[in-house]
Ligand binder design. Structure first.
Ligand code: NI
Length: 237
């Protein structure tokens, strides 16, 4: 169990003070994290959430809290407990004087947030949830998304690419969670699907360029890979 420090907290904090305090707590928690879920991922999702929220009629306080806490105990790091994030978030937020309504809303967003497989519904109920989900999904695609995907695959001991293992569209959270397929497959199982799953117009617009860049990366990757396939077939003749 991670122990969170209480020394930044008092009862009379205003909105910005709470956000700043929470950012410090989360930054300490994620210090030294690898696998693409480091503090700078949280920071990008936080900043991107604020930017998307500018065009939406949303409670910015809930958006910022949920963005900062969205990966605080991701199921990928908690032996598959998909509710670990919500529990950890509730524990951290209990240190602040927040209403139950705000805490429950943030916890619900965090529990619903993760992508759980291509065919598994993770529809967010509120605009605040939709915004944080969009920001998290945008950080999973494009150049940063590519870097994070290979960092995560390496941490999990997965290979880069194996032409004998085909991508698999998971229709259940159980099979997605257990998947140990090579990292390139992850583009087809998740990352290339994300552009059509954005909730807000702002995110859809940002997603276009990032999606195109991934397609460009994959076509170059396979162009380079193909040279070796050709050599194999020459050797086998
Ligand atoms: Ni995330």
């Amino acid at each position: 169990m991670i122990i969170f420090r209480k020394n930044h907290i008092n009862d009379n904090m205003k909105y910005q003070d709470i956000i700043q305090s929470l950012a410090i707590v989360v930054k300490e928690r994620f210090n030294g994290e690898s696998g693409g879920h480091d503090w700078w991922h949280i920071y990008r999702v936080w900043q991107l959430s604020k930017r998307i929220a500018e065009s939406e009629n949303a409670d910015i306080f809930v958006v910022e809290l949920a963005a900062l806490l969205h990966d605080v105990a991701d199921w990928k790091y908690n032996d598959g407990d998909e509710y670990a994030g919500g529990k950890a978030a509730r524990y951290i937020l209990s240190e602040y004087s927040l209403s139950d309504q705000i805490t429950d809303h943030v916890v619900e967003i965090i529990d619903t947030l993760s992508f759980k497989g291509a065919g598994v519904d993770t529809t967010m109920k509120t605009i605040e949830g939709k915004i944080v989900q969009d920001a998290d999904r945008l950080d999973a695609i494009g150049a940063i998304g590519i870097a994070r995907t290979f960092a995560y695959g390496g941490m999990k001991g997965r290979g880069i690419h194996d032409p004998e293992i085909k991508p698999f569209l998971h229709d259940s959270f159980e099979t997605y969670k257990k998947s140990d397929s090579p990292t390139i497959n992850h583009f087809y199982e998740k990352l290339l699907l994300l552009k059509d799953r954005m909730n807000t117009q702002t995110a859809r617009e940002i997603a276009i360029e990032r999606h195109q860049f991934m397609e460009q990366f994959l076509s170059q990757f396979f162009r380079e890979w193909y040279i070796y396939q050709k050599n194999d077939s020459i050797k086998n003749q």
